[in-house]
Structures are given as C-alpha cells and as structure tokens.
Design a binder for this molecule. Structure first.
Ligand SMILES: C[S@@+](CC[C@H](N)C(=O)[O-])C[C@H]1O[C@@H](n2cnc3c(N)ncnc32)[C@H](O)[C@@H]1O
Ligand SMILES: [Zn+2]
Length: 183
C-alpha cells in the first residue's frame, strides 16, 4: 500500500523516498522524450549546386511527404515590386500559387526554402487548398541532396537575358540549362 504521508512536495519528510520518486519522474520524462522525438529526415547545409541546400539524413521513400513550403502569402505584384527593390538577380524564395498569389519563403519561411532546383529532381511540390507540400518523388539515399524542379514562370521564357539570369547549374545529364519551366 502507498505511504500516504509522503509526496514530492513534502519537503519535511525524511523517509528517503522523495529522491526515489524524483528520479523516477525524471527517468519517465527522458523515456517520453526519446519515444516522442521522430528521427530528423533532412538537414540544411552548404550545397555544391548553389549556396545552401537540403540533404537527406536517412534513406527516404518515394511518396513520403517531407515538409510544407512555408512563408508569408503575398500578391504577385507585391512579389515583383519586392524583387525589383531588394532582390538579388536570379535569386528567389518565391513559390507561385495557383490563385496567383506567392509564398515568400524569406518571410516566416522554414527549411523548405533552401531546396535547390534540379532538372531531374528527386522531389516534387504539390498544392492543396493553397498550401504547398514537398513530396519525395523517387527513393533517395542518405546524404543525397534533395531538389525540386522550380519550373519558374517568367514573362518571356525565350528571352536569352532572362534565361541567363535563371541559368541552372544542377549538372544533370538532362539539364535544360535554366530553372525556367520547360514549356
Ligand atoms: C529558394 S533559393 C534555394 C536556396 C539557395 N541555394 C540559397 O542558398 O539561397 C533559390 C535560389 O537558389 C539558386 N539556385 C537553386 N538551384 C539552382 C540551380 N540548380 N542552379 C543555379 N542556381 C540555383 C537560385 O539563385 C535560386 O533563385
Ligand atoms: Zn539543370
């Protein structure tokens, strides 16, 4: 039967059980944390393609949903204005939505904003109810860099200066030389 006079808040009790109970309590917290914490699936570090990139920390299976592309929702015109005012040529954290708005990963964004582009990408983005998710498109090994095909939409995709501005360095044999959408 439990010793009714003894509990953790009872600082005057000298029965010796307070320490045992505290230890049990801390052990329980530790077990709880180790069980609840899922293994990290990816990390952000320097990329050989460009700046920072996202890398798999363990093998990933096709179909796994990796992360949501987060950020502030702004209007397209606002995005263009911000890019002209303070953007770096050819560099963007914008993700276009089907309703014409844009997710700006630079404002309130998460690690998805570091995903680089590849013409033969191993991940793809899809939109549901105005939210964008990144899904693994084919099995990926531990340590591989994760890419999406940006398929950038620009006013004049055939314009050489624009294509140069968004030149692709993915190095794939199928590289189309630009991050602009194929068609
Ligand atoms: C969303 S950021 C990706 C993170 C970027 N690596 C960084 O460190 O800022 C998108 C920008 O990264 C660069 N980038 C991504 N993929 C690229 C590629 N395959 N070739 C050249 N530049 C790329 C372009 O400047 C692009 O506008
Ligand atoms: Zn490429």
């Amino acid at each position: 039967m439990a010793d009714a006079h003894c509990n953790l808040a009872d600082t005057d009790c000298d029965c010796g059980r307070r320490g045992d109970r505290l230890l049990f309590f801390l052990t329980t917290i530790h077990v709880h944390i180790s069980i609840k914490q899922p293994m990290k699936r990816f990390t952000v570090r320097k990329s050989p393609v460009h700046g920072r990139g996202v890398f798999a920390l363990r093998p990933l299976r096709a179909g796994e949903i990796l992360v949501e592309y987060k950020g502030k929702r702004i209007r397209w015109r606002q995005a263009v204005r911000a890019h002209l005012a303070e953007g770096v040529s050819g560099h963007t954290f914008f993700f276009g939505l089907s309703d014409g708005k844009v997710i700006d990963g630079a404002q309130g964004g998460n690690s998805a904003r570091w995903l680089n582009h590849a013409c033969d990408a191993n991940c793809e983005a899809f939109e549901v109810d105005g939210r964008v998710y990144i899904e693994v498109a084919r099995d990926v090994g531990r340590g591989e860099e994760l890419f999406i095909d940006y398929g950038l939409q620009v006013d004049d995709p055939a314009d050489e200066a624009t294509r140069d501005e968004y030149a692709c360095c993915c190095g794939a044999s199928k590289c189309r030389g630009t991050m602009i959408a194929a068609d």
